[in-house]
Design a protein around this ligand. Structure first.
Ligand SMILES: *Cc1c(COP(=O)(O)O)cnc(C)c1O
Length: 355
């Protein structure tokens, strides 16, 4: 009997492996450091705004997210036409490949990087061209340039790179953009932008203003602590933003998510204080691990990376034993999110047992 068959590319889509929930053990507080979430609860104004929006659940959300666009436009100092909101920046990754790639067109990105990239590229029947990271976890931008062909439509630059941690500098990005063909869309995935504390950091807004082929992807999931609500946005010159909006899921960003995002922007000062605290914790954790003799790449996001290769499972097990759930990538390494100080202390202790 003939059964309905999905397109051939569907069978090739890799599975997304979500960060595991913490293991619950009597008498042990469990910590989830496996999904790069913000450990702090939302600020009070955010919960209230979201709660008020819950009362409108019988209505569709504002499909144009008008108030959210206005708030972002004002905050960033960019025209509304240059913005595209989406169901998280994962939604934007699907939209950019759907909007710019014919089947078989190529998407160049570093690997290992964000695991949603190969899923979205394969789902769109486009072709992934994965360029190995440098040994220190940074993007090999020269090799990425060399990987661009006539079929390349999109290049994804993940900075800071999830899961390894380093970010590209403005100088590196400028040199790269000067050599990428102008018809190729360059995504600068800035999911962890707010955590970056380094010299010569990328100024995304200035960069997109100077380059009609650049699009910034940003999210409320990480620094803003709204991972559960699924809201992200892109910033580019108007033609790319219009294409991203054209292929978006209608009514994808819920009213609750829109309200929470707007309230989070209003509470930005307090939110960014928490981000500062996380960035300081990140430095404390990385310094402690370096002192133990670990080789931890520069960490510009809210996570650290252990390049453990085949021993990834050992650290995951040692952390599990003290109630901390981390994110192992088999054969490659372990990513650990920065959490509450107590959780970070346990991670440091677990890491010490493997030295
Ligand atoms: C977490 C993450 C995102 C986005 O997440 P959303 O929750 O879909 O906004 C995008 N890019 C990278 C690199 C990430 O780590």
């Amino acid at each position: 009997m003939a059964h309905p068959q999905p397109r051939a590319n569907i069978a090739r889509i890799p599975a997304y492996v979500p960060g595991k929930p913490p293991v619950v053990r009597p008498g042990v507080t469990a910590y989830k450091l496996s999904s790069n979430e913000n450990p702090y609860p939302p600020l009070p104004g955010v919960v209230e705004a979201a709660t008020a929006a819950v009362a409108t659940m019988n209505r569709y959300p504002d499909m144009g997210s008008v108030a959210l666009y206005a708030a972002l436009s004002e905050r960033l100092g960019v025209p509304v036409d240059d913005i595209a909101t989406a169901t998280g920046s994962v939604g934007l990754i699907y939209q950019v490949v759907t909007g710019f790639c014919e089947p078989g067109d190529e998407v160049v990105y570093a690997w290992r990087s964000f695991e949603a990239y190969p899923i979205a590229v394969t789902a769109a029947a486009a072709t992934s061209v994965q360029v190995p990271l440098l040994a220190d976890g940074r993007h090999d931008l020269d090799a990425m340039l060399a990987a661009i062909t006539d079929r390349t439509r999109v290049v994804l630059v993940c900075t800071p790179n999830n899961p390894t941690g380093p970010a590209v500098t403005q100088t590196e990005l400028d040199a790269f953009l000067a050599r990428v063909p102008e018809h190729v869309v360059v995504v600068v995935d800035e999911a962890y932008l707010e955590f970056v504390r380094m010299a010569d950091a990328v100024d995304g807004v200035a960069t997109y203003r100077a380059h009609p082929n650049v699009v910034l992807f940003r999210t409320f999931s990480k620094a803003y602590g709204l991972a559960g609500f699924r809201v992200g946005y892109a910033v580019s010159q108007a033609p790319i933003a219009a294409a991203l909006r054209a292929v978006s899921l209608p009514f994808g960003v819920s009213a609750v998510a829109q309200a929470a995002a707007i309230a989070s922007l209003a509470a930005e000062a307090e939110l960014l204080e928490r981000v500062d605290a996380l960035a300081l914790e990140r430095t404390r954790v990385r310094d402690a691990l370096l002192a133990q003799g670990w080789d931890i790449p520069d960490a510009q996001g809210n996570f650290v990376w252990f390049p453990l290769g085949d021993r990834a499972g050992d650290l995951a097990a040692a952390a599990d034993a003290v109630g901390v759930t981390v994110r192992p990538f088999a054969g490659d390494g372990v990513r650990v999110s920065i959490g509450e100080p107590e959780a970070n202390d346990r991670l440091i202790e677990a890491a010490a047992t493997l030295r």
